[in-house]
Design a protein around this ligand. Sequence first.
Ligand code: SF4
Length: 222
Amino acid sequence: MTEAMPRMLRRVSDGQGRSRQRDVGMSELGGHCDRQLALKLLQLDAVNHGPKLAALRGTGLHTVLEEAMRGDPRWLVEAAVAYGGIRGHVDLFDLRTGTVWDHKLMSKAKIKRLVEHGPSRAHRWQLHLYGAGLLAAGHTVNRVGLLAWPLDGHDEDSRAWGEPFDVNVADEALAHHDRVARAVADGGPRSVPMLAGPLCRWCPYWVRGSDDTDTTCGGNPQ
Ligand code: SF4
């Protein structure tokens, strides 16, 4: 049975809307590797299914938090938004304060980094794109933030991080998307720089040793 367990996780994960989505979403523009974004823009099927457990834990937490907040008129839950042709779903929008919130399940070490240094580019772009989408839909947006829940800790280790909403950050993300899309149109994905490293293991296009740089990537997960 042990060897069947990863397949069980993959079956659950593959059945979920977000993992079936082929369009580039708001959470994917600022990732560490532009080659991955280039391949994603071609709407290729994933060839690497990587570890699923961490993503499923995140989905489980999102689901229970979503259910808890739904029905309260103060909050918009899982609102569908679009900005510059990129789509996303906002975990939580506080209509009273005009604050966008996104849930992230992360280790205590990452939460400490978040509090001390702010979020990654990907998370920051994602939040401001959500804000821009809500603004385009007619809402007043004042702030964006992350609700960081500890994977390896307890309730009291949870932290919130936030900053004022700035539509220029969303436009910076769109400009990056357009730059990579132009490069793919001109020279294919191989013309876009890759940044290989441990995260390749989770890349949907990673194939160990692959030299097909048009649909996959050999990466370097170590
Ligand atoms: S395998 Fe690694 S280097 Fe290649 S596209 Fe994916 S993340 Fe980038």
